[in-house]
Design a binder for this molecule. Structure first.
Ligand SMILES: O=P(O)(O)OC[C@H]1O[C@H](O)[C@H](O)[C@@H](O)[C@@H]1O
Length: 523
């Protein structure tokens, strides 16, 4: 059974939203707060250690009711059911989409075709655990009998961005191993990494769902040749492991059968960090932390699956994004974590979001006549305040933003954290409430700057009315990180359902690859 094929713009809710939008030209977030003492509470969802405050958006209760009606009319509930139960909702590739199964603690059989996939997931997790323990404890020895000191993840796209982002984000929980990532076909990338390595103490994890990706195979071969300068073919078994669905290609590469971690076609590359693709995460922070990451993701899965839409964090985020993208014609969204640990969140989400929903043909094979996938970008606070926030505050574009923050800092530097969170809140207030001409006038007058008042006034006005979501967790743990990532995964799903597109293929990346191959062959 496939997803329902409903053009969102033909629904009653869409028509109502279009009418409703007409009245929104004069909507003011500031006035909405003045007129409703309950607004913050009304538009806040608490989900365990997560608080989503979406009150600083250009919405009222009717907006949210109509958006939820839209979700109902496109049969979102039915779609969620199909997503979690393993139906082949990735129809263009005839595959199920079951990254949620990778973190599920359910014992109920879950079938893909005739096969229950739970046992192989559990088996692979056990293998990740025992392998990680051996390497971290130093029991796993390299070809000269030394323990491993460095891990190199060789992969690209989904086989790189997720693990890289998580390892960076969980630095606080990291063990003694140094973790490196090689992805780019640019030989300078691999050369710079190799430079720091000792072949006797380095473990290479080759990650490629297909094991056909040019970048990954080229980098893996370069590294193998470098390794073989000091070691023998026989030693490869102690230094190379692989994660893939393509077992034949792995053995052709010369990797020992025991060093193979399986992956499955029912997991999309950009949603695969929860599988053995996350081996470098488990090696870097230990299996228990990896398990916590999965547990956090599962907590969000269950919330998403079971909560009514009006209190459902991923659903609300997806609907707000549709409101701006399709009605206000906002082109982009900013992802702004207030923690240095999430420096790589934006690039990771760029693949997850833009590769998934950057589609222009609907589930009926027709070219859509409405906007789909948003462009996402971002950086960490407070650095970005000194970089691009000028444009967000005073530029001509409407850029809804997700502010991600934590109640506590991991290192407990409370002075820093107080300042960090003051900025977090100040930015959202400035965006929403701005500064009027009268306020600027008064400010310039009281500062005694009387001569410049007339010339400076227009430049110092902040229009305000700029939307943002505040997403706050208690602190950055593997569990809360799992929850955050899973939240965005489900936002992607909801938007794909509403836009009536297939979110889980990526044919758009193929043409460039083919042309590059042709150019190489003709060179
Ligand atoms: O894991 P691999 O098969 O090597 O694929 C790596 C990446 O390359 C492809 O071109 C896709 O765009 C990505 O979705 C994928 O994650």
């Amino acid at each position: 059974m496939s997803l329902k094929n409903i053009n969102p713009t033909k629904t009653q809710a869409w028509k109502n939203l279009s009418d409703h939008y007409q009245g929104f030209a004069s909507f003011s977030i500031k006035k909405a707060f003045e007129n409703d003492a309950n607004r913050k509470k009304r538009f806040t969802i608490e989900q365990g250690d997560l608080t989503l405050d979406y009150s600083k958006n250009r919405i009222d209760q009717e907006t949210m009711d109509l958006l939820v009606q839209l979700a109902d009319e496109v049969a979102l509930k039915d779609a969620i059911e199909k997503y979690f139960s393993g139906e082949a909702i990735n129809e263009t590739e005839k595959r199920a989409v079951l990254h949620t199964a990778l973190r599920s603690s359910s014992k109920e059989p879950l079938k893909v075709g005739k096969k229950d996939i739970r046992p192989e997931i559990a088996r692979t997790l056990r293998k990740i655990k025992s392998f990680s323990n051996e390497v971290i404890s130093g029991k796993w020895k390299g070809y000269t009998g030394k323990s491993i000191t460095d891990i190199v993840n060789i992969g690209i796209g989904g086989s790189d961005l997720g693990p890289d982002m998580i390892v960076e984000a969980l630095q606080f929980y990291k063990n003694q191993l140094n973790t490196h990532f090689v992805s780019n076909i640019d030989g300078d990338h691999v050369s710079e990494v190799i430079k720091k390595l000792d072949p006797e103490t380095t473990l290479f994890v080759i990650v490629s769902k297909t094991f056909t990706t040019q970048e990954t195979l080229t980098n893996a071969n370069t590294i193998k040749n470098w390794f073989l300068k000091s070691a023998s073919q026989f030693d490869i078994a102690k230094h190379f492991v692989a994660v893939s669905t393509n077992l034949d290609a792995i053995s052709e590469f010369g990797i020992d059968g025991n060093n193979v971690f399986p992956m499955w076609n029912w997991v999309g590359g950009r949603f695969s960090l929860w599988s053995a693709v996350g081996l470098s995460i488990s090696l870097s922070v230990g299996f228990n932390n990896f398990r916590e990451l999965l547990d956090g993701a599962e907590e969000m899965d269950l919330h998403f699956k079971n909560e009514s839409f009006d209190k459902n964090v991923p659903v609300i985020l997806a609907l707000l994004s549709i409101w701006y993208n399709n009605f206000f014609k906002a082109e982009t969204e900013a992802i702004l974590p207030y923690t240095q640990y999430l420096t790589k969140l934006a690039p990771y989400l760029q693949q997850a979001i833009m590769e998934s929903n950057g589609k222009s043909v609907d589930r009926n094979g027709e070219v859509v006549d409405y906007q789909t996938g948003t462009i996402v970008w971002g950086s960490t606070g407070t650095n970005m305040q000194h970089a691009f926030m000028q444009l967000v505050h005073q530029g001509t574009k409407l850029i809804p933003a997700d502010f991600i923050g934590y109640q506590q800092s991991l290192h407990g530097l409370s002075d820093h954290h107080k300042k960090l969170m003051a900025n977090f809140n100040a930015q959202m207030d400035a965006l929403a409430f701005g500064k009027t001409l009268e306020e600027v006038h008064l400010e310039l007058k009281t500062s005694g700057n009387v001569n410049d008042i007339a010339t400076l006034m227009p430049y110092k006005v902040f229009e305000g009315n700029k939307p943002s979501n505040s997403i706050i967790f208690n602190n950055l743990t593997p569990k809360s990180l799992g929850k955050l990532v899973s939240m965005y995964e489900h936002k992607i799903f909801v938007q794909g359902v509403i836009w009536n597109i297939y979110s889980y293929d990526q044919f758009g990346v193929e043409l460039g690859k083919e042309l590059a191959k042709k150019l190489l062959n003709n060179a």
